[in-house]
Design a protein around this ligand. Structure first.
Ligand SMILES: Cc1cc2nc3c(=O)[nH]c(=O)nc-3n(C[C@H](O)[C@H](O)[C@H](O)COP(=O)(O)OP(=O)(O)OC[C@H]3O[C@@H](n4cnc5c(N)ncnc54)[C@H](O)[C@@H]3O)c2cc1C
Length: 398
């Protein structure tokens, strides 16, 4: 009897356990599907969902400059609000906005420049970027000529340089010069996460290299943040230190190691001049760090992508049912725009993913930075940095 009862209890228990396991995995599946949807909406410029309401910043929109601040002699921050007074749509720390430079004539290709968001993803009523004026630079000089009240056309946030690691992972942020901007947004994002997930240990070190003390943007804000956040460590190094209280030199691995103990699973995020990032990344790889733990954002100007390396070619292109004759060295985006074909685009340097295409025929793509691994596996390419290698039949990705 006792044995029959215990068999009954254990089979009942087994059934309950099975039901609980089934319920757990069903919930996990639903949760993962929902977060994947949210993730795909947040990552990259994937907000062009026609089901989203007009209140969502889903396409090009004229934003109002509400504040301009002088951060250093050549860096200014620009803060924007939406004209309809509504909050911006959610974005991730590290993403950027592509702006249309000047007053665009809608029938002609427009100049676009991208700028990383420097404000907090937790503050959606205003968004800021910080722009360094480059001598003779088209976009940065134009921005520095603007004033409060001016309107600027902007595309929704995009980009894959985001920090979605578990909060307990050690991350080392390494910024050179204006490359600090995406980290400002990431640090603010991390602050909100650290408060939310307060039980978890967390460790962020921000290394910031600049020329002189007056070239340090957001320095006092970062010092205040550091004194309020036990998880944040902030180090500055100046190549032309004009004050003995600052470390003098360049951002090298030896300097980073002298300031922080690097965990075996630490992740490294880089944004800065190529000369700095390439040397440091080479040092890390040589010391055995896997490239999966290295994340890099490049501040490229469209002028730096050299189409001259692509030979002159002729090809037939079929797009939206029309047969077109391609001849020359223009990118596929420029060529289609010239044919007055409506094709979505934003950054024009292969980093935002807005002009993703696929189809029949091979292309040469100068950079695939704006594609996710899944998009690459699907054979997608970016029209703004691609050239035909043979006849093409092009489909725009949604
Ligand atoms: C994802 C991303 C994020 C970015 N975030 C920021 C940011 O937060 N802050 C920021 O200040 N910048 C940022 N940038 C860089 C920014 O987009 C611009 O590239 C930068 O402002 C220079 O643009 P410009 O129009 O002023 O200069 P450009 O006119 O584009 O000139 C750029 C440089 O190229 C040189 N040049 C001019 N003509 C040629 C030519 N024919 N061939 C080769 N070189 C030439 C110029 O002398 C200049 O040094 C970011 C870029 C990207 C892609």
């Amino acid at each position: 009897m006792l044995s029959a009862l215990s068999t009954n209890i254990s089979s009942q228990g087994f059934a309950n356990l099975t039901a609980a396991v089934f319920a757990f995995f069903s919930l996990l599946f639903i949760f993962r599907a929902l977060s994947a949807r949210l993730d795909s909406r947040l990552k990259g410029n994937r907000l062009n969902d026609p089901t989203l309401g007009a209140d969502v910043w889903a396409r090009r929109e004229a934003l109002n400059i509400v504040e301009i601040k002088e951060l250093t002699p050549d860096i200014r921050s620009f803060t924007f609000q939406r004209q309809n007074g509504l909050p911006f749509s959610p974005f991730l720390g590290g993403q950027f906005i592509s702006f249309q430079i000047g007053t665009p004539d809608t029938n002609k290709p427009v100049k676009a420049r991208s700028y990383s968001i420097s404000s907090s993803p937790n503050e959606l009523s205003r968004i800021s970027v910080a722009i360094k004026k480059i001598p003779n630079g088209v976009g940065s000089s134009w921005f520095h000529s603007l004033k409060v009240g001016d309107l600027v056309d902007a595309h929704p946030p995009a980009g894959h340089f985001v920090d979605n690691l578990p909060i307990s992972t050690q991350r080392i942020y390494i910024a050179g010069g204006i490359g600090l901007t995406p980290f400002m947004s990431m640090v603010h994002e991390h602050q909100a996460r650290a408060t939310r997930e307060s039980k978890m240990p967390t460790n962020v070190s921000l290394f910031y290299g600049a020329r002189t003390q007056k070239d340090l943007a957001y320095h006092s804000e970062l010092k205040t943040l550091t004194s309020n956040c036990s998880w944040l460590r902030y180090f500055t190094i100046l190549s032309n230190a004009d004050d003995a209280t600052f470390d003098r030199g360049f951002l090298k691995l030896a300097y980073i190691k002298s300031k922080t103990t690097i965990a075996p699973d630490a992740h490294f995020f880089f944004c800065g001049p190529t000369v700095m990032t390439e040397a440091l990344i080479a040092e890390l790889i040589a010391s055995g760090v896997s490239d999966k733990r290295i994340h890099l954002e490049k501040f490229v100007s469209p002028l730096e992508l050299d189409s001259q390396q692509v030979p002159h070619r002729e090809a037939s292109i079929v797009f939206k049912g029309k047969s077109l004759k391609y001849s020359g060295q223009k990118t596929i985006l420029e060529f289609l725009e010239e044919q007055v074909e409506n094709i979505s685009s934003a950054c024009r340097v292969g980093v935002c993913g807005t002009c993703r295409c696929s189809g029949h025929g091979r292309v040469k793509m100068l950079t695939d930075a704006g594609l996710t691994t899944a998009e690459k596996q699907k054979g997608e390419w970016l029209a703004c940095v691609s050239y035909p290698l043979e006849d093409l039949e092009i489909t725009e990705s949604s």
